[in-house]
Structure formats: C-alpha cells, structure tokens
Design a protein. Structure first.
Length: 398
C-alpha cells in the first residue's frame, strides 16, 4: 500500500524520462497515479464487498489478497506512467475488498466486548505492514536507488497467506445462517437496499464521514514527505539524506498511529464509538493545523508529525463500528461501499489539493485538507451509537 509513497518520485521521474525530480510533471502524474489507486480501493470495496455477501467471507478474502499481491508485483514491470497507474488501480481493488471482507469477518466472529481491541490490533497489523515496507526499502536501498521499481516485488509475498486462510478460516456461522435463510425465501438484499428504509440515513452519514476523513488523511500521507523534503533547510541535502528522512518520518507517523489505535479503542469502550470518532477527527484537524500553520524548521516539524500519526487511530474504530450498522447480507457490501466510496472523493481530493502546491510548497494543500476533519467530526456525532441499538450487538454464534 505504501510502497508507492516511498519511491514514487524517482519511479515516476524515470517513467516520464525527466532527470529533475522537482519537475512539476512528477508531482502532477504522481498524484494522478495515487488518485487511480484510491479510486480502485473504493471500487474494490463495493465490488468484493458484494461478492463477500454472496460467496462468503473466507473465500472472498482469498480472492482479494491474490488480486492485490499479483498486481502490486506487476507494478515493477510498468514502462509508462499510465501502466503504473493501471497496475496500482487493479491492486487497489484487492486492498479495498480485503478491508471490507476482513472487517465483516472479524465483527461476526469476535465477542462484542473484545471488538474495540481487535479493531486496534487489526489496524496495527496494517501499520506493522507499513513498517515492514520501510524495512524492505532500507534493506534494498542500493538496488532501489538504481531501480525503484523492484521494491514492488515485495508486494507479492502476501499471496502466501491464501494457502493458510483456505485451510484455517471457515465461513462465519452468522453469514452461513443468513445465506441459508435467504436461499429458502429467495430474498437476497440488493445494493440499492442500502438507500432504502431505515438503513438509508445511516448509509449517507457513513459515506460523508468516510469521504471527509479519508480525503484529509490521504492528502496528509501523500504530501507530507514532499513538503518536508522541500523545506529550505532540507532541500540542499543529498538524495540519500532525504530518503533517510523520508523513512524516519514514515516510521514516526506509523509508530504514533499504533499508539493511537489502542488509545482510541480504550476510549471507545468507555465513551462509545461515535463520540470518539468525532473527537479523533477534531484532534486530526488540530494536529494538521499545528504542523502547517507556520513553516517550522525541519527538526521541529519532524517531531510534530507524530501528532497526525496519533490521531490516525481514528481509522481503527471503523473496522468494528461500520459493519454492524448494516444487515448481515448487506454487511460487507455496506461497510465496503460506504468506507471505500470515500476513497473516490479522496482520489479526486488528492489530485485537487495538489493544485494548491507550488514549487514544492504544499503547506496550503495540507492545511486545506486538514480542515475536512471539522465537518467529519460534526457528521460523526449524527451517527447511530451501537450501544443504543441492541439489535446490532448480537454476539457471534459458534
């Protein structure tokens, strides 16, 4: 997922056949490729989410992992920017689907009182994966410095998980029972049912929260390193030193987000998901404001970047909060569609906010993106609280 952000400047410059990595075309096409990735993530959530509701959680999970592993590996073969964009789009289909299916599978198999902690562990697994990507970048540094494309071959490794999943992860009892009931009555929910009846209001609220939050988040994750590397006291450093700073920043942000995952889980157990999602969104806004309202020296900005990282614990809560908001046979579809449709907006947002950057200065871009967390916090307070809806809190059956 984050392999691209580690090498995209050099890789895109190579594909465009330009020697100056500060060439505006590098940022422009790099953001378009990232936008295609986020668009694929969104569509994958809906596409594989629907398959997960019809085919089952475990089998669909295997399909999603194979999809993103194969096309991440194929990214190493790209010869033009649009080929890289296509492979990133296709790999993202699998990533978006994996989140939707995995979140539903976990919410249907773990007891209610454990769910916030499992959400934190799952999100931490994502963070650990990013740290492993950074480690791979470090270990392969001599090779990647010459050919950044080879880093994408690391993305093939998750395909090995499929063998274990097929043997060790059965279909959930809740899905199996709901599927059998639907087969008997010939009444399988359809995607348009997300926008009908009582669930319609919830669907629109979840889409709004996810679209606003994910746009702000991905703008930060995509542009923060570029902004840092173009600070007056950093720009004169060698490419090797800049790469070292890039890895250090990503490490700091990810380690901070791991702490945020568990703090958010603890708060959700005490105050409920809705209030904590709103509070973490507000915190993300304040963190972005603190980082980019003024131009800090690079040594100080580095430590401030831990704050946006910490408030990324917000997204750990989505894993266990969103799926139970929807009926069982719409659960993967609903969670995947709503969470990942936000990535359609974020895909456009990353490209759009990039237009506000000039000559490597993306402070305005990052400030504007951070402002999106304010309406996200307001909308989050309108979401249903699971503790107020007992019908959504049924314990999984064996």
């Amino acid at each position: 997922m984050h392999l691209y952000t580690l090498v995209y400047v050099q890789f895109v410059a190579e594909l465009l056949d330009v020697t100056n990595t500060k060439d505006p075309a590098v940022g422009r096409y790099g953001s378009i490729i990232q936008g295609l990735f986020l668009l694929g993530w969104a569509l994958g959530g809906g596409f594989f989410g629907r398959i997960g509701d019809r085919l089952g959680r475990s089998r669909t999970l295997c399909l999603t992992i194979l999809t993103y592993a194969v096309f991440t590996g194929l990214s190493a073969t790209a010869q033009t920017w649009w080929q890289l964009g296509l492979f990133r789009f296709l790999s993202a289909l699998g990533i978006g689907g994996e989140w939707a299916v995995g979140a539903s599978l976990l919410s249907e198999t773990w007891p209610r009182h454990w769910r916030p902690w499992i959400a934190a562990v799952l999100q931490t697994g994502v963070n650990v994966g990013i740290l492993l990507a950074v480690l791979a970048h470090l270990l392969l540094a001599p090779l990647v410095a010459e050919q950044p494309r080879w880093l994408f071959l690391v993305g093939i490794l998750p395909a090995l998980l499929v063998l274990w999943i097929r043997r060790a992860v059965p279909e959930t009892a809740e899905w199996t029972a709901a599927r059998a009931c639907a087969d008997r009555t010939a009444q399988t929910p359809r995607v348009r049912d997300l926008f009908r009846g009582e669930v319609r209001y919830t669907t629109w609220l979840v889409i709004a929260v996810c679209a606003l939050g994910l746009t702000g988040h991905w703008a930060f994750m995509f542009w923060n390193q570029i902004q840092f590397k173009n600070l007056p006291d950093v720009i004169a450093l060698s490419d090797r030193q800049k790469a070292d700073w890039g890895r250090a920043i990503l490490n700091l942000v990810i380690v901070s987000s791991i702490l945020g995952n568990f703090v958010a889980a603890a708060l959700a157990r005490r105050f409920g998901y809705r209030r904590v999602i709103a509070a973490m969104s507000l915190g993300y806004f304040l963190a972005m404001l603190g980082c980019y309202a003024v131009e800090w020296p690079h040594a100080r900005l580095y430590y401030l970047l831990a704050l946006p990282g910490f408030f990324q614990g917000l997204f750990a809560l989505y894993t266990m909060y969103l799926p139970p908001l929807f009926p069982t046979l719409l659960r993967t579809t609903g969670a995947g569609f709503c969470y990942n449709i936000g990535r359609v907006v974020s895909a456009v947002g990353v490209v759009f906010f990039g237009l506000f950057g000039h000559v490597g200065d993306y402070r305005l871009t990052l400030l504007l993106a951070g402002c999106l967390f304010l309406p996200a916090a307001f909308v989050a307070l309108r979401l249903p609280e699971l503790r107020d809806r007992p019908e959504l809190l049924a314990e999984p059956t064996d």
